[in-house]
Every structure is written in structure tokens, then in C-alpha cells.
Write a new protein. Sequence first.
Length: 384
Amino acid sequence: MFSTRTQWNLSSNRLARALEGVRSCGCELLDLTASNPTECGFQYDGSSILKALITPAVLKYHPDPRGLRPARVAVQEYYERRNERVSIDDLILTTSTSEAYSFVFRLLCNPGDEVLVPTPSYPLFEFLADIQDVKLIRYPLVYDHGWQIDFHALEAAVTPRTRAVIVVHPNNPTGHFTKLEELNRLNQICAARDLAIIADEVFLDFSMDGGIRNSFIQNESSLTFSMSGISKISGLPQMKFAWLAVSGPATQKREALARLEVIADTFLSMNAATQAAAPTLLAQRHGLQQQLMARVRSNLAELDRQLSDQKACTRLEIEGGWYAVIRVPAIRSDEELALELLEEGVYLHPGHFYDFPAEGYLVVSLITRERAFAEGIEKLLAHF
């Protein structure tokens, strides 16, 4: 009765079952995986958000497959504040970056075609690809005094069925920003093989040093699809407002936008209220990002302080994002360690959730409330 594309193993893994047991018993849990900013104690301008959602404009239906013009102008102005230029005609609004991926996969791939994806990276890609009948082929990020793309492995992974290369900028969870020399090498590879670049930039604003990192939106050397949204930028995942920006050689870009418009027109996913509120929702980023990065830096400093008191564990270099990767002695599997910590009331993610190539990696969220973070790290390090 059901399609093979949804033939996933739907049974819970051991860690998920153990987590459910801890939560059902009402035991105190130090959750070091917290990723929902609306539940992490940050302050929002609630009255402005609610006011923006209540407007007479939402009572009229004026469909535009690319998204209503004022909402796209708000996105354009977001990039202008970053000293980057994008035409509103090159923007397609979507309800999420997941939907943006869906549009691009449908645009570029026939069933069974391949897209290269970095590893480590977050596990959502597998489901997005399965649903669109796309095959993911992994290329590694390697760590040597910082993360970098293994271009030899990337080129070796390209086949006649490869259609695109995904770059997460900065990567989740490694926090690696794509460097200019990496972008140049990537353009050489993609231009020579007629491949597109898909740039996921949801964490772009969250650099550890506070500097502004360049987006892919002005990349002209290869057909490029840059995506982001207010889920991370403004800490508003519930509002479902994201976008896709297309750049690259003029002929390819024009054809891509024409086809994307038909795809978007088929779904017309964006609702009027969120689009009308877009300028206000994007403006929330200023206050939210200040609070969030203060939390990230505070927790990172606490992590480093506790790590300095012992020699068994280290953290890997982070350039951006909300997560830290901790290297621990591989004396047991990461899942076994995560289960042991859960018994003590600490929840964190083992490295294999993100396709780390070996044991000995744990991932923690740096937006966890400070007290819970400090206590959780203390219990983690007590193991070693």
C-alpha cells in the first residue's frame, strides 16, 4: 500500500526510548540538546509580533508564486544591511528551508539522481532526499586545526548522475564557514561538471567573532541556490518564513527562476499573515541575536573553563552556529556514553547522529540555559 520512498525504520532507537522513560517519570533532566529558541528564556517583542500579524491586508487574496512583493523587499533589505545585494526578482519565498530544498531537488533531479552532502552534518537531509526520490552521496569535512572540505573525496564522489553539491555555511554541528578559497575550488568543480551549489545559510548571522560572513547569494560562477529564514535568524521557527535566492550565470539563472516559479505556483504555500508581518519578524533578529550570542559565548566560556581543569576531553574549533563538538575518549560507543549520562539526568547527542566517522564525539547546544549547561558539562566530564 505504501511507497518505498517512505520505507523508513520507524522504531525508536535506544536513546530515544530511554529519553522517553526519563521524561515520563518526571525526573529532572539537564537537556544539552536544546535547539528551540522560543523555549530557552530569550525575550521577544511579543506586542509588535502580534500587532504585525493582525492587519486588514490578510483578508485579501493576492497570490504571487514568488511571494508578496513587500515580504521579498524585507528579505532584500536584510541582505542590504549585510552589505550584500540581491534583486527581489531572484527571491522565492517558502515556508521553510525544508520546502526550499524540496523545490530545488524537484528542479534539478530526476528520480535516482544524486546530490553531494557534507558529513558531519545534521540528519534531516536523508528524509528530504528520500521524499524527493534523490540519492545522497556524502563527502567529508576533515578536522586539522579547524574544519575544511576534503576536495579530493568530493571530486571522487561525483558521478554522471550528480546534480548538485550542498554546502552548509556555517555547518551544523561543526560550525565551519566555507572559506573564499574553498568557494573558488567548489566553483571550479561545479562549473566544469555543470553542477549546482545549494548553500544552506540558516546560521550565517551567528559567527563567534561577531564578524559578518559573506553569503553565497552573489556567487555568479555556478548556478547557486542560497537559502535561509527567520527560524534561526530571528529565533521564530513557528512563523514558517524562509526563502530561496538564485544566482549564477545569467542563462541558467533565468531558466531556474522560471521553473521554480511554476513549482512555487503549484503549491502557493506562504500564508498572507506571515508575509504581511515579514518586516517586523525580520526586525526581531536584532534583539534576539544579541541575547542568543551572549548565551552562546557564555556557555562556550564555561565549557572551556571546565575543560581546562582536566586532560581527557577537548572541544573542536567553532567558527559559527549554536553547537559545540566535544572530543571524548572512545572507550565506549558514543551511544553507550549518552545512555549512561541520561541515567544521571543529562541528555546530549552522540556523534553518530550527525554522521561523525568514528566514536568519541558528543554534540551539545550552546543556547541551553546557563545553569543547566554548566551542571550538565560537569556531570559529563566527571565520567573521565
